[in-house]
Design a protein around this ligand. Structure first.
Ligand code: NAD
Length: 278
């Protein structure tokens, strides 16, 4: 498609999910070499096989530092260097509300969604510094990393942490030519919706179609997001087009974060009607 990422060695975690797999395909179509990492090893090996010789699967549980360290080493072993590290793996988790939450559920979500991003920065940066020439770190946050009310407290806190890590990375790692930016998707049609709303996974595609059909027209751009929207943003942060962009958490949400979801105006209009009718 283009040579925007020609020769760049990229790592994508959570690469078998909706956003990760779309990004892997898109990075390849722009000339990258792609190391896809996940915890679903059988599917991962098949996926890499089907992507071709410029793709390679590595098993990596992002909550484990040894796995992330090994992932970077495997990428370098396979393709000779590292240019881009995409911290994309994430889970909704089952944290519940403030009044119900247990520390185990909370900690598990932080380990996969937030601590992993710290570790991805650490091991990618060590490699970038060792080889010289900088690099790009991308992380998948969420609109739930920018505002409350989109998800559970554990998910929301984990995604807000990513903003802190990205800002601190800009401060600490910029001197090495290392850039760190995050993408904050809105609602994007992947299996995660079925996980979040407790719908059987085998009906995920059907559920996503139904959400789009019933509610799409109410969204700012008259649709929900699709994985390609996020993959395209990742190409920008991975490529030299964003060489002077650092420390940014960019919503890719069709404008959802820019607009309030609070119904207070409609509510006041309703109250006004009943007030004037008195
Ligand atoms: N889809 C959305 O609406 C949306 C919105 C905002 C943010 N996000 C974020 O985007 C990222 C990707 O989500 P998605 O929609 O593709 O979800 P998905 O459920 O389709 O994919 C998630 C992938 O992460 C993998 N994974 C889970 N735990 C892991 C671990 N410990 N180590 C390595 N891999 C692990 C899963 O096996 C899966 O392949 C996540 O960080 C998610 O929080 C998604």
């Amino acid at each position: 498609m283009s040579e925007l990422l020609k020769g760049k060695v990229t790592v994508i975690t959570g690469a078998l999910g909706g956003l990760g797999s779309a990004t892997a395909r898109t990075f390849l179509s722009h000339g990258a070499k792609v190391v896809v990492a996940d915890v679903q090893d059988k599917r991962g090996a098949e996926f890499a096989e089907c992507l071709g010789e410029n793709a390679h699967y590595v098993s990596a549980d992002v909550s484990q530092e040894a796995d992330i360290k090994n992932l970077v080493a495997e990428a370098v072993k396979k393709f000779g260097k590292l240019d881009v590290f995409f911290n994309n793996a994430g889970v909704i988790g089952d944290g519940g509300t403030f009044l119900e939450i247990g520390t185990d559920g909370y900690d598990a979500v932080q380990a996969i969604n937030a601590r992993s991003v710290l570790l991805g920065h650490k091991h990618a940066a060590l490699q970038f510094i060792a080889q010289g020439g900088g690099g790009s770190i991308i992380s998948t946050s969420s609109v739930a990393g920018l505002q409350g009310g989109w998800s559970t407290v554990s998910y929301t806190a984990s995604k807000h942490t990513i903003a802190g890590l990205v800002h601190q990375a800009a401060y600490e790692l910029g001197q090495y030519g290392i850039r760190s930016n995050a993408i904050a998707p809105g609602v994007v049609m992947t299996d995660i919706q079925s996980r979040a709303f407790d719908v059987p996974l085998e009906r995920a595609r059907e559920f996503n179609d139904y959400i789009q059909e019933q509610l799409g027209a109410k969204q700012g751009l008259k649709r929900f997001g699709v994985p390609q929207d996020i993959a395209n943003a990742a190409v920008y942060f991975a490529s030299d087009l964003s060489l002077y962009v650092n420390g940014v958490v960019m919503p890719v949400d069709g404008g959802a974060f820019a607009m309030t979801h609070n119904t207070f105006l409609e509510d006041i209009v309703g109250v006004r009607e009943s007030f004037l009718a008195q």
